[in-house]
Design a protein around this ligand. Structure first.
Ligand code: ASP
Length: 331
């Protein structure tokens, strides 16, 4: 067909930016944070705020009525799986929950990931996948015809967690540019740290990485930070960063990624955020954690208004509502 004869459905030049972003996300796999630029992030954040308001006012809507989400989890989860389920249900859709362990599905009979997703797409409009191997979400997306959303692939990425983390920073502190953000704990295997660091590279921030030697941020990600000229420092000691940090992002040592458990034992109790440490921090700052915590933040810190980790959990649902609506084309 001659180009002149084409009658485009959309004229992208005339389309308002927000709608353009939405149409770009529709039908897309969400595999990595590298798919998001500042425009698409502010679009998702705006939609998440609308979702929050709607939930507070009326609890739910029927925006995704008739749509089905398959939640396929090959690794344990509390927040990611429940928030995707809650998000889908509050939008009027329904869920196939394979979240209590794939041992109850045909995976235990030896079915491949490819065949499992090709089966689930016969029933569902999108698949949320958590898997212990880096790259599994991409592999699933190569086989599936419906959008695949990466809910954590090994030590790779956890893009929807990073979206909710960034949203939490924005909502708690009113801005992202100009902040000093310190990440503490398992920076080597912590996929949430990998995804959040990549997202933050789009902003004018300073980064501080606090970890034991063996859990330092992978060089590939550190090199990207350096290439972007982002002010960055590495240290072993929280005391080096606590006084200036606007965000203290604390993480658990990822026991399940260690091949040598004695190495895990050596580093597992390396950091504990106590009320004494919080006394050294700024008045206006936030402590975040993707959770679960296994001792890195003392319970006594929970009453501190700067402890944002449970508000962070709630934000996860609004962000996933915004994302599902966009991916399923019902913004
Ligand atoms: N829940 C987060 C994840 O799945 C963090 C963690 O498990 O430590 O990556």
């Amino acid at each position: 067909m001659q180009l002149e004869n084409l009658n485009p459905l959309f004229n992208f030049d005339e389309m308002p930016k927000q709608e353009l972003v939405n149409s770009i996300l529709t039908g897309q796999d969400i595999l990595s944070v590298s798919q998001f630029d500042r425009d698409s992030l502010s679009y998702i954040f705006r939609r998440a705020r609308e979702m929050r308001e709607m939930v507070h006012r009326v609890g739910g809507t029927n925006l995704l009525a008739g749509r089905v989400l398959a939640c396929l989890f090959y690794e344990p989860s509390t927040r990611t799986s429940s928030s995707f389920i809650a998000a889908m249900e509050r939008l009027g859709g329904s869920v196939i929950p394979i979240t209590q362990g794939v041992q109850f599905s045909s995976v235990s009979k030896g079915e491949t990931l490819a065949d499992t997703v090709r089966t689930l797409e016969q029933y569902a409009d999108t698949i949320v996948l958590r898997h212990p191997e880096t790259g599994a979400a991409k592999l699933a997306a190569d086989y599936a015809n419906v959008p695949v959303i990466n809910a954590g692939d090994g030590a790779g990425e956890h893009p929807t967690q990073a979206l909710l983390d960034l949203f939490t920073i924005r909502e708690e502190l009113g801005q992202i540019d100009g902040l000093k953000i310190a990440m503490v704990g398992d920076l080597r295997y912590g996929r949430t740290v990998h995804s959040l660091t990549k997202l933050l590279m789009q902003y004018n921030v300073s980064l501080r990485f606090v970890s034991p030697e063996i859990l330092r941020l992978p060089m590939t990600i550190m090199n990207q930070v350096i290439d972007k000229n982002i002010p960055v420092r590495e240290t072993h000691d929280v005391a080096d960063v606590i006084e200036n940090a606007d965000v203290l992002y604390v993480t658990r040592v990822q026991k399940e990624r260690f091949s040598d458990l004695s190495q895990y034992e050596d580093v597992k109790d390396h950091y504990e955020i106590t009320t004494e440490i919080m006394a050294m921090a700024k008045k206006k700052m936030v402590v975040m954690h993707p959770l679960p915590r296994v001792g890195e933040i003392h319970y006594a810190v929970d009453n501190d208004p700067r402890a944002a980790y449970f508000r962070q959990v709630q934000n996860g649902m609004y962000i996933r509502m915004a994302l599902l609506a966009a991916v399923l084309g019902r913004a």
